[in-house]
Ligand binder design. Structure first.
Ligand SMILES: Nc1nc2c(c(=O)[nH]1)N[C@H]1C(S)=C(S)[C@@H](COP(=O)(O)O)O[C@H]1N2
Ligand SMILES: [Mo]
Length: 262
């Protein structure tokens, strides 16, 4: 006769034991996550800093991630020749907001100004405001946005950067990856990726609300680049350069996003 195996009696856990067990499990799991997060953090902070200069001192892996998102947004922004929203002229502000004036303070005697364009050959073009104003004029009314959180619908006029490139036969230069612009005193400077520079709404602007720019807004010539935040809209352009490496950029050096696209 087979003996009946005594049924194993599952030891019932008391409520306290259950709680202890749960706590043990959750703390172990939490601990494992925390350890790996801490490991990841240590990895990040022990990883080399990117080469400073062009962009502020972000850890290299973070910068790699930023550069990847930059490429993603570039494609997103430009593959359908995306245009920034424009508004009826009547909606443009009469009293224009004004921000910092690094390298563009006061009034520059117009006769003392020429736009300097450094060509690949080494030749430097010296272009007067009259020559620029003789080119086809383009106007735009759009929402200007500053990273600090304000925006304003404004009306600007000037020559399209792409028309300027065509007129001065800067085709070899336009094949490079970046445009660099600096104020005459070199105090403020920006780097712009070529697709954004050649975007059909990018202007070298000399008028606001139909009058020539005043000292506050970048007289005599400024960059109006609606696909970018205000920081990239350099006031009082002195020199323009072209390169395959990123030109220096004032705010990127302070840690702001180099691309600064909208
Ligand atoms: N030369 C120069 N350009 C500049 C700046 C500056 O300080 N100096 N500030 C930038 C910033 S942060 C913004 S928001 C816009 C403001 O332009 P506005 O003063 O015409 O409103 O200019 C940009 N271009
Ligand atoms: Mo800004």
């Amino acid at each position: 006769m087979k003996e009946k195996k005594p049924k194993k009696i599952k030891k019932e856990l008391t409520i306290e034991q259950k709680i202890k067990r749960r706590n043990f499990i959750s703390f172990t799991v939490f601990g494992a996550f925390a350890a790996s997060a801490f490991g990841g953090w240590k990895w990040l902070y022990n990883s080399p800093e990117e080469v400073t200069g062009i962009t502020g001192g972000a850890r290299a892996p973070l910068r790699r991630a930023l550069n990847k998102t930059e490429l993603f947004f570039r494609r997103l922004a430009f593959n359908e020749s995306h245009l920034v929203k424009t508004y009826p002229r009547s909606m443009a502000a009469k009293v224009i907001r004004h921000n910092t004036d690094i390298g563009s303070e006061g009034k520059l005697p117009p006769e003392k100004w020429k736009l300097q364009v450094k060509k690949r050959s080494g030749e430097v073009l010296q272009i007067s405001l009259d020559e620029i104003m003789a080119l086809p004029k383009t106007e735009i009314t759009y929402d200007f946005k500053c990273v600090e959180g304000w925006d304003q619908i404004q009306h600007w006029a000037g020559v399209k950067f792409i028309d300027f490139i065509e007129h001065f036969k800067l085709h070899d230069e336009a094949k490079l990856d970046y445009v660099g612009m600096e104020t005459p005193d070199k105090q403020y400077y920006v780097g712009i990726d070529m697709p954004s520079a050649l975007h059909p709404q990018t202007l070298l602007a000399y008028q606001m609300n139909d009058v020539l720019l005043n000292g506050n807004h970048g007289q005599p010539l400024r960059l109006i680049i609606p696909v970018k935040y205000g920081i990239k809209n350099l006031k009082r352009i002195g020199t323009i350069t072209f390169s395959n490496t990123r030109p220096r950029d004032y705010w990127a050096e302070q840690g702001y996003d180099y691309y600064s696209g909208l």
